[in-house]
Design a protein around this ligand. Structure first.
Ligand code: NDP
Length: 315
């Protein structure tokens, strides 16, 4: 039978090219996207064959639509073999937070809370699938980790003691640690939560379900539309800087190939791993299970993050 994968944010960048790479390997891709027209155009522009993909509405910035998406997926009758939590927003220039309908800061909602809810709900569907090799993959990034060269740039993520989450994370509280709004930190902290979620999913559910839970860093995919909300000059120079100075640059096609490897290849069936190909790209370099940041490997923090996130999304 044909394996089925849901990829969030498959209308662009890493998710779109990951969809392409998995379709090439014979998978059916459910593109879980907030803009159906854009997703359809993206699929056609890359020549996805009819029947190799379907498009379903998912807006991770609204928890109600996450629940609706899961209902619609179940109604489709497909059996789920893999889930890729890929969608994200990065809004480095905004001065004031944006809010989800629930009154939560939008970057954390889209990148972490929406995916946290989605992953928890779809766990049941993965469990029900008769497939032997089932995976749940969450996109991480080097910027979650100040121990790595790519993560040293300020502002650095700081979940603190999760005071903001503990207090209910309701407007005007907008940061996990309850401090003042900083949009770049909001992004990086949402990615710390992504890595913590993958680790905690592994700890809680790998043994009992056999599902492989991982996260990964695809490399610096410096020319995806993730940077569309940055200064135009940054958008021009950042890919050049990554290509010629740091040598961290990875094309969207290669990042998509890496996504497909983590979802489908036997050597990536190692639950709890955080896969990386390093900061400086080298031809033929193999992926390795990279040590995550101190915050992202802190067990006690992971458990509290889990408890508060579950409360915030109504689980
Ligand atoms: P893109 O901006 O190209 O793609 C992001 C995708 O997320 C788009 O499809 C976008 O939809 C979707 N999305 C945004 N908000 C929502 C929402 N509320 N509901 C549903 N979908 C949404 O970014 P990338 O491909 O670069 O990023 C993909 C992942 O890779 C992210 O998790 C990012 O953190 C990670 N990553 C990226 C790196 C990079 O260098 N680019 C490096 C390391 C990790 P739409 O098309 O409608 O905007």
């Amino acid at each position: 039978h044909q394996p089925v994968v849901i990829i969030t944010g498959a209308s662009s960048g890493v998710g779109l090219y990951g969809a392409k790479a998995l379709i090439n390997r014979g998978w059916h891709v459910v593109m879980a996207c907030r803009n159906l027209t854009k997703a359809g155009n993206a699929a056609r522009s890359l020549g996805f064959p009819e029947g190799s993909y379907s498009i379903k509405h998912l807006d991770l910035g609204s928890l109600e639509t996450v629940r609706r998406f899961v209902g619609e997926f179940r109604a489709s009758g497909r059996s789920l073999q893999a889930l890729v939590c890929n969608a994200a927003i990065y809004m480095p220039l905004i001065k004031e937070p944006l809010w989800s309908p629930e009154g939560y800061e939008l970057t954390m909602t889209t990148n972490h809370l929406g995916h946290f809810l989605l992953a928890n709900l779809l766990l049941e569907d993965l469990q029900q699938s008769p497939a032997l090799d089932k995976r749940l993959v969450i996109l991480g990034t080097v910027t979650h980790n100040p121990d790595e060269p790519g993560g040293k740039v300020y502002p650095r993520p700081d979940l603190g003691n999760l005071e903001g989450f503990e207090a209910g994370f309701q407007k005007p509280i907008c940061m996990v640690n309850g401090k003042e709004f900083e949009p770049v930190r909001a992004y990086k902290e949402s990615k710390v939560c992504n890595v913590l979620t993958a680790k905690e999913l592994h700890r809680r559910y790998h043994e009992s379900t056999g599902i492989t839970f991982t996260s990964f860093y695809p490399g610096c995919v410096a020319d995806t539309p993730l940077f569309r909300n940055h200064y135009p000059l940054f958008q021009k120079l950042f890919p050049l800087f990554q290509k010629y100075i740091t040598k961290g640059y990875v094309s969207q096609a290669l990042a998509g190939e890496r996504l497909a490897m983590v979802v489908a290849d036997p050597q990536f069936k190692q639950s709890g791993a955080y896969w990386s190909w390093g900061n400086r790209q080298k031809e033929g370099r193999e992926a390795f299970d990279q040590r995550v940041s101190p915050q992202a490997r802190d067990q006690e923090r992971a458990e509290r993050m889990w408890t508060y996130s579950a409360q915030l999304v109504g689980l």
